[in-house]
Design a protein around this ligand. Sequence first.
Ligand code: NAP
Length: 410
Amino acid sequence: MRCGLLGEKLGHSYSPALHALFGDYDYELFEVSPDRLGDFLRVRDFQGLNVTIPYKTTMLAICDDLTETAATIGSVNTVLKQLDGSLLGDNTDAAGFEGMVWKSRIRILGRKCLVLGSGGASLSAQYVLRKLGAGEVVVISRTGENNYDNLDRHQDAAVIVNATPVGMYPNTAASPVDLRQFPHCEGVLDLIYNPARTALLQQAETLGIPHLGGLYMLAEQARCAAQLFTGEVIPAIRTQEAYRTLRSRMENRILVGMPGCGKSTVGRALAAQLDRPFVDTDAELEKVLHMPVGEYITHYGEEAFRKEETALLAQLGKSSGLVIATGGGCVTRPENYPHLHQNGAIFFLERALSKLPKKGRPLSLKGSLEDMYTIRLPMYRRFADITVANDGPAEKVAQKLEEAYEHFSD
Ligand code: NAP
C-alpha cells in the first residue's frame, strides 16, 4: 500500500516515522507544486494521503466524498482512494486536537477559548472546542475584528490555543501573545510540536498554567489516518506509545554539572547507547573562538565568553535528538534555560566535591572549587529535570540517565 503526505514544501517531516509506528505500509513525502497537483491527482498512484499546506481546502473541493467532520470543518487533511478510485476526504486533525485536549486535562466546558490564527488547524480546533461545549470561541486573526491590537477585550479568556506557526522551529524565540494579559487563563494548548516546548508553553509553565504541545495531536491524527488507510482499528493506547517514542527520539539529552563531573564521558557513552550525535559545547566553542576556552576568558573576560556560549546554546537547543554536554558555568545565565529546555531533558550529573578535579579548569581558577560548588549547586538543581549521581562506570551511569528519562516523561 502506498500512502504519503501531500504538500507544497515539506522539508523535514515526522509523518513517515509516525506512520511506521502505526501500520505496515509505505509512507512517502509527496512534495507537489500547485501546477503539478492536477497531474498528481489524475494519476492517483496512492491509496491514502495526508494533506498539508496549502492543499487542505483545495482537497475539500476535489474529493468526491467527504466525511461529516471534513465537510463541517471545511478542511481535508486525510484522503482515502476508495475501491472505485474515487477520493474520500476526512479531517483527522479534529480527532487529533480532541485527543490533545483530553491528554492535557484542560477543561473546555463553559470556558471562553481564544484560538490564535484562522488557518486550517484553527478550523479543526474551533470545531472541537464547540463540540466540547466551550462557552465562547473567539478567533484572533491579524486581519480580523478580534486581533492582536485589541486582546484586552479578552482578558477573561480561560483557554488559549495557538494555531499559528509563531514559535515554530527555527524561530523558536517568538511567542504569539504574552500570557500575562490573561489573568484568568487556566490552560494553554500549542499545536506546534517542534520545539516540544514553545516559548508560549514555557511562559505557561513559569506562570503555573496547565499546558500541552502539539506532538500528541500529531500522533493521534496519524493513528486516525492509519485506521482509515488500513481499514483496521488501532487501539487508542498506541497513540500514547507513539507519542512517547517520537518525543524520546526528538528530545535532546542535556547534561549540566560542575567542571570535571564527567559530563563529556557520560554524554559520549549515552550518545553511543542511543546512537545519537554527541556535542560538547566547550569543544564547539573552541572551534568558533579559535582558541581554548580558558585562553579566551583570559583575553576577553568571562562576560564575553558567556555571550558566545549563550549564542551557541540558542542554536543547539533548537536541534533534535542530540546528546549535549554543556560547560560547567552555563547555568549561571538564566537566559540559557529556555534555550536548553525547549527541546531537551536536562540532567544534573552530580559528583561529590571530593571527586572533582582541582586543576586544569579555567573557571576553577576564580575562587575555590568549594565556593563554586556552593554557589552553583542550586543553579544546577534549578535547571535540572532529573538529577543522577555519577558514581560508577560511564556506561552504567548513561544507562541510569536513560532509565530516569523513561520514568520522567509521561
Ligand atoms: P496555516 O493554514 O498557514 O494557518 C496559520 C494561521 O496562523 C494563518 O491563517 C494566520 O492567521 C496565522 N499566522 C500565520 N503567520 C502568522 C504570523 N507571522 N503571526 C501571527 N499569525 C500568523 O497553518 P495551519 O495548517 O493552520 O497550521 C498552524 C500551526 O499548527 C502550525 O504551526 C502547524 O505546524 C500546527 N499544526 C499542528 C498539527 C498537529 O498535529 N500538532 C496539525 C496541524 C497544524 P491570520 O492570518 O488570521 O492571523
